[in-house]
Design a protein. Structure first.
Length: 250
C-alpha cells in the first residue's frame, strides 16, 4: 500500500487526466468512483488495476484485491481526480475490457448517436436487465467510459459486451445470420404491438433529437413505433428502448 497526500503528486495528475476521453483512449484506462461500481468491477479478473481509498473508507473483507496496487489517499485527492460533488471514499483505475462482438448471439442493442451520458448509461443498464447479449455503439455516441455513463449504468457496463462498430455493416451481418433487425421511427413504421416476433433480433435506437438515421432505417427488417396515448410528444430514448427490448424478448 502506498500513501499519497498531495494533489500535486505526479501520480494524482496522471489519474486526473483520465477525466478526458483523449487520455482514456491513449492509455486504455478509465476511472470509476464509489463502492458499488468498484465492487462490480472487482468481480472480473484483470479489470481493476489500482484501488484508491481514503482513511474513512473501510475496505470490505469480501473484496479480492490480489494483484491490485493500493493507494491510501486523502478526500481532497479523490475529489480532484473525480467529478462527483461528494466522493464516497473509494475509486479505482480500470483497464478497458477486451470485447469481441458476435453476430451469432441471439440479441443486440444498436445505439445510433445518443449524446447524453445519462441516457447511454441507462440504455446499457436497461439492456443488461432485459438480458440482451451485446451492445454496439455507433458513431456520434458519447464515450462509453465517460464518468456519467459509468454511474448511470450502475455497473452494467461490466456485465454485457459493449463495443463501437459500424452500424450499417452490423445490420447486414445480423440480418445475414438470421436476426430480425428493428428500427425505431415515427414515420413508415408499425405499432410495436402488431409485431409477432420470435427468434434472434436486434433493436436500433437513435439520437435524442433526430432519432435513428434514415440510412439505417432503410436497412432494417421492420421499423416500429410506440403509440402515445397522452399529450406528450415523444418518449425518452431509454424508456422506449426498455419497452421494446422487453416486448421483443418475449
Amino acid at each position: 500500500m502506498k500513501r499519497i497526500e498531495s494533489k500535486k503528486n505526479p501520480q494524482v495528475k496522471q489519474w486526473k487526466k483520465l477525466q478526458t476521453k483523449k487520455e482514456r483512449d491513449k492509455t486504455d484506462l478509465f476511472i470509476i468512483e464509489g463502492a458499488h461500481l468498484v465492487e462490480e468491477a472487482l468481480k472480473y479478473t484483470g479489470i481493476v488495476v489500482e484501488l484508491l481509498y481514503a482513511e474513512s473508507f473501510q475496505l470490505p473483507y469480501s473484496w479480492n484485491l490480489d494483484g491490485i496496487d493500493l493507494f491510501l489517499v486523502t478526500d481532497d485527492i479523490l475529489h480532484e481526480i473525480g467529478d462527483t460533488e461528494t466522493p464516497q471514499g473509494v475509486a479505482a483505475i480500470c483497464r478497458k475490457p477486451n470485447v469481441t462482438l458476435d453476430n451469432d448471439l441471439s440479441s443486440a442493442l444498436l445505439i445510433d448517436a445518443v449524446q447524453d451520458p445519462g441516457n447511454l448509461g441507462t440504455l446499457i443498464r436497461t439492456a443488461d436487465a432485459a438480458g440482451i447479449d451485446q451492445i454496439i455503439i455507433g458513431d456520434g455516441t458519447v464515450d462509453i467510459f465517460n464518468s456519467k455513463v459509468l454511474r448511470a449504468s450502475q455497473g452494467s457496463i461490466f456485465h454485457i459486451p459493449i463495443s463501437r462498430g459500424n452500424l450499417s455493416e452490423w445490420i447486414e451481418k445480423l440480418k445475414s445470420s438470421g436476426h430480425a433487425v428493428y428500427g425505431t421511427s415515427l414515420e413508415g413504421a408499425e405499432p410495436y404491438q402488431q409485431v409477432h416476433h420470435a427468434g434472434p433480433f436486434a433493436l436500433i435506437v437513435g439520437n435524442e433529437g433526430r432519432g435513428v438515421q434514415k440510412e439505417l432505417l432503410s436497412q432494417t427488417t421492420q421499423n416500429l413505433y410506440i403509440p402515445i396515448y397522452g399529450k406528450a410528444e415523444s418518449l425518452n430514448v431509454t424508456i422506449a428502448a426498455g419497452i421494446l427490448l422487453y416486448y421483443l424478448r418475449g
